[in-house]
Ligand binder design. Structure first.
Ligand SMILES: Cc1cc2nc3c(=O)[nH]c(=O)nc-3n(C[C@H](O)[C@H](O)[C@H](O)COP(=O)(O)OP(=O)(O)OC[C@H]3O[C@@H](n4cnc5c(N)ncnc54)[C@H](O)[C@@H]3O)c2cc1C
Ligand SMILES: *[C@@H]1O[C@H](CO)[C@@H](O)[C@H](O)[C@H]1NC(C)=O
Ligand SMILES: *[C@@H]1O[C@H](CO)[C@@H](O)[C@H](O)[C@H]1NC(C)=O
Ligand SMILES: *[C@@H]1O[C@H](CO)[C@@H](O)[C@H](O)[C@H]1NC(C)=O
Ligand SMILES: *[C@@H]1O[C@H](CO)[C@@H](O)[C@H](O)[C@H]1NC(C)=O
Length: 330
């Protein structure tokens, strides 16, 4: 049987994970990745590449969307498996203690992921930071062709059978896509470096000022970096660093976990600032197959010959388990 030629557009966490899992799970595929930016590029900190600005811990979203919950659940299990291989020096994914805090106890809070996460528990009053009404703790885990294309059809070559589109926020402006449901949710954060060792916990605080718009988080990396966050600014696509905001982020983090410096007993140095645009989408993650004819003129595609394109589209904040898309491939 001929191998299926699959093109993946995008080399963010979604595109790379999709490509890797495809190769692992499906014997009969060849994968070719097309992207303007790859992880090691200097431009990886630009607004066209969100993955390099992510905190990259697993967190259950408090949504009433069972479809999204299935994605999050399979992501948790996949990352858990990866973390337990003890190869964080290669994968960057490690097991951490995850603390989530709420200044006000949310009303109908299950949460749905109580039975998904390992060692889930509600925190006792004496385990909570000041001004926090409610908190939980569970085990979690932290985290070619180099070209910019103008039109989606440029990805389709004569031998392409399937195209998987993981272009993130880029899909908003990409011709042939122009997904009007995409919108940016700006996030600013601060990167610190620990002089020794690395942290084995992460925390996330939901601040209550009418809604939960303000967030505070501390997330470690295997290499001793720590990300302090953050902001969540809907419809703001500015990639300028706001230094007054960075100051407040640092203050909020230390106020939430005064034990942070004490715990690490070592010097923290400021390493840099990050701004990223989370690719949010009205209607949620788009994962669907679509049959299209490609019209892109410069490609020698026989006229009217329909090309089979799979658009597996993952734009929100969790990695998709490729198995969800697999039935579409047959
Ligand atoms: C401050 C912050 C904290 C976050 N924390 C977390 C967290 O803790 N946990 C979590 O799960 N998520 C988190 N996120 C969200 C997460 O970063 C994103 O959901 C994720 O990175 C999206 O990945 P992606 O692969 O879809 O897109 P991207 O990483 O943006 O990749 C897009 C790819 O498509 C390519 N591309 C796009 N358009 C074109 C084109 N026209 N031609 C060629 N190539 C193109 C780009 O070059 C790039 O390779 C956070 C985000 C921010 C900003
Ligand atoms: C990973 O490390 C943990 C803790 O040290 C150990 O219990 C486990 O067996 C290790 N797993 C592998 C696959 O080596
Ligand atoms: C990563 O760590 C493992 C286990 O400690 C070790 O066997 C392996 O050689 C390391 N790999 C790299 C690339 O450092
Ligand atoms: C391309 O992918 C993006 C996100 O990665 C998605 O929002 C968009 O709808 C996709 N376009 C098509 C035509 O599937
Ligand atoms: C977007 O964020 C920037 C940086 O924080 C800020 O200066 C600007 O006022 C914001 N724009 C809007 C429309 O809120």
């Amino acid at each position: 049987m001929d191998k299926k030629n699959v093109v993946v557009l995008g080399a963010g966490v979604i595109g790379l994970t999709t490509a890797t899992l495809l190769l692992k799970q499906e014997k009969g595929v060849k994968v070719h990745i097309i992207a303007s930016i790859f992880p090691n590029d200097p431009e990886a900190l630009s607004n066209e590449y969100t993955s390099a600005t992510a905190g990259a811990h697993w967190r259950g979203y408090e949504q009433n969307d069972p479809r999204q919950q299935e994605f999050e659940k399979s992501t948790y299990n996949y990352l858990w498996e990866l973390a337990n291989k003890n190869m964080s020096n290669v994968t960057g994914v490690m097991v951490i203690d995850e603390y989530n805090y709420w200044e006000k106890r949310p009303d109908d809070f299950g949460p749905w992921f109580r039975t998904v996460c390992h060692e889930f528990k509600e925190l006792e009053k004496n385990e909570l930071p000041d001004d926090i009404e409610f908190g939980i703790k569970y085990k979690s885990s932290g985290t070619t062709e180099h070209v910019k294309i103008e039109h989606l059809d440029e990805c389709v070559r004569e031998n392409t059978d399937i195209l998987i589109n993981c272009s993130g926020y880029g899909a908003k402006t990409l011709e042939g896509v122009k997904d009007i449901n995409l919108y940016p949710v700006r996030g600013q954060s601060v990167i610190m470096q620990l002089s020794q060792s690395c942290l084995d916990w992460a925390c996330f605080r939901h601040s209550y000022n009418g809604d939960y718009a303000l967030e505070t988080f501390i997330i470690p990396r295997e290499n001793g970096e720590v990300m302090l966050g953050g902001t969540r600014e809907k419809d703001n696509d500015s990639t300028e660093i706001e230094h007054s905001v960075a100051q407040k982020i640092i203050q909020r983090c230390f106020a939430t976990r005064p034990d942070f410096l004490k715990d690490t007993k070592v010097q923290l140095t400021l390493k840099g600032h990050r701004v990223g645009l989370r690719p949010y989408r009205n209607g949620g993650i788009r994962v669907e197959a679509e049959l299209r004819s490609t019209l892109y003129k410069s490609l020698k595609i026989v006229e009217n010959q329909a090309k089979k394109l799979l658009f597996a589209i993952i734009t929100v904040t969790q990695v998709l388990d490729i198995k969800q898309a697999m039935p579409l491939l047959n």
